[in-house]
Design a protein around this ligand. Structure first.
Ligand SMILES: [Cu+2]
Length: 151
């Protein structure tokens, strides 16, 4: 009984350490700290953010993001200003230039998420798959943070 307690304590600790800074490597790409904000009440939409570092000498392209268990549809979006008004636009793909880092963040590139299966709560971890032209499919975990998280 005591041993079991100890084992639980250790696994909880390692999860906490992992939450501090998490990243996922695939080929020349490093996906850093995927995160989302908590769901608003009665809203089944949301957005995912992360940094993509391309350490290679050639560009790669993010083509799509999905996981049908998490949400019905995930779409690549960018924000742009038209006649002084900030608008969101779907984009078909996002190019990550060689030796550069592209940040998906509020008011910029983001993954728009439609039809979330259950409300996203602070502390949740959601598995999603990023589909790249060259690096292929990369599975990452999105950490849900407070509704006012900015980064
Ligand atoms: Cu959007």
């Amino acid at each position: 009984m005591k041993l079991k307690h100890l084992a639980l304590g250790i696994s909880a600790l390692s999860v906490m350490t992992f939450a501090g800074a998490h990243e996922f490597k695939a080929g020349n790409l490093v996906i850093q700290h995927p995160w989302a904000r908590e769901s608003m009440p009665n809203m089944n939409m949301g957005a995912f953010y992360f940094k993509i570092e391309n350490t290679g000498n050639s560009a790669d392209t993010l083509l799509a993001v999905d996981n049908a268990d998490v949400a019905d549809k995930m779409q690549l979006h960018t924000n742009l200003t038209e006649n002084g008004i900030m608008k969101m636009r779907p984009v078909t793909d996002v190019v990550i230039a060689p030796k550069s880092t592209l940040e998906f963040k509020p008011q910029s590139y983001h993954v728009m998420v439609f039809g979330i299966k259950k409300p996203m709560k602070k502390g949740d971890s959601l598995p999603i798959t990023l589909h790249f032209k060259n690096a292929g499919d990369v599975k990452v975990e999105v950490h849900v943070e407070a509704a006012d998280a900015m980064h």
